[in-house]
Design a protein around this ligand. Structure first.
Ligand SMILES: [Zn+2]
Length: 264
């Protein structure tokens, strides 16, 4: 009798939380998924799977579920410890480390315009994997690094850096609409694309911008050229992704989606 009640208790206990790393995407594939849900927000499955982006600075637990004809299945994700290293960067123009009053005001206005993009919820225009934003994507990244500029700690690195010569074409990683294309204080000449389903891609530090706000672009289309505008120490492409507001490592979405952290 005692054993039976213990067994019943065990059966009723909620499933253990699954640990996920911040800045990654978990994938839950199952037959006949009709809807995905993360922290109450619904999304449509993509290629027979649900995707759950976990922000770089997320903590605690995240509730996710999938719905099939058989009903809804839930999981709890527990955000694991911050896995990214510290990166010391010196030789940055001091105006980027200690911006003037006027520059702080400019930064605030730019953050407002950019922050509005995380709330976009247009229809999905992309599939996975995403296309490379450069004709040949070098090793690179440093996504998530906690950064220290000229000895002063600043925000962690929300994207990945790819070294490339000035003038190298920068390409759209998927179909989308140009949500913002402007020169910004930190990002320099920057192009933000809305790919739908809350996925925003960012290409920073360009030498030239080849698209205009509101323009529809196709996967592989020229967005601009690699440069060294904004807070940089040399020419490179900073490529970032926000998916439903979460900063995730872009390198994860250039590869086979089946290689992402799997939930079942
Ligand atoms: Zn960067």
């Amino acid at each position: 009798m005692r054993l039976l009640s213990l067994l019943l208790l065990a059966a009723a206990a909620p499933p253990e939380a699954v640990e996920v790393a911040p800045g990654t995407v978990a994938r839950w594939a199952a037959d006949g998924i009709v809807e995905c849900r993360q922290s109450g927000r619904r999304s449509a499955p993509l290629g027979g799977a649900c995707y759950f982006p976990v922000d770089l600075l997320a903590g605690g637990e995240i509730e996710v579920s999938i719905r099939t004809a058989a009903g809804e299945t839930h999981r709890r994700l527990r955000v694991g410890p911050y896995p990214y290293p510290v990166q010391e960067i010196s030789g940055v123009d001091q105006k980027y480390v200690e911006p003037s009053r006027a520059d702080q005001e400019r930064i605030r206005r730019e953050q407002e315009r950019v922050g509005a993009l995380w709330k976009l919820a247009s229809a999905r225009r992309f599939a996975l994997p995403l296309a490379s934003p450069l004709p040949k994507l070098p090793e690179g990244g440093r996504f998530g690094a906690r950064r220290v500029f000229n000895g002063q700690p600043r925000s962690p690195h929300g994207g990945a850096d790819y070294r490339a010569a000035t003038g190298t074409p920068v390409l759209a990683p998927a179909d989308g609409v140009v949500a913002l294309a402007e020169e910004q204080f930190f990002a320099g000449k920057a192009v933000y694309l809305d790919h739908g389903d809350g996925l925003i891609s960012m290409s920073f530090h360009l030498s030239e911008i080849a698209v205009e706000e509101g323009e529809e672009v196709k996967r592989g289309q020229l967005l601009g050229k690699v440069g060294a505008s904004g807070r940089v120490t040399g020419p490179h492409l900073h490529f970032g992704l926000r998916w439903r507001g979460a900063r995730v490592d872009p390198a994860l979405l250039f590869g086979d989606p089946a290689a992402l952290m799997a939930l079942e």
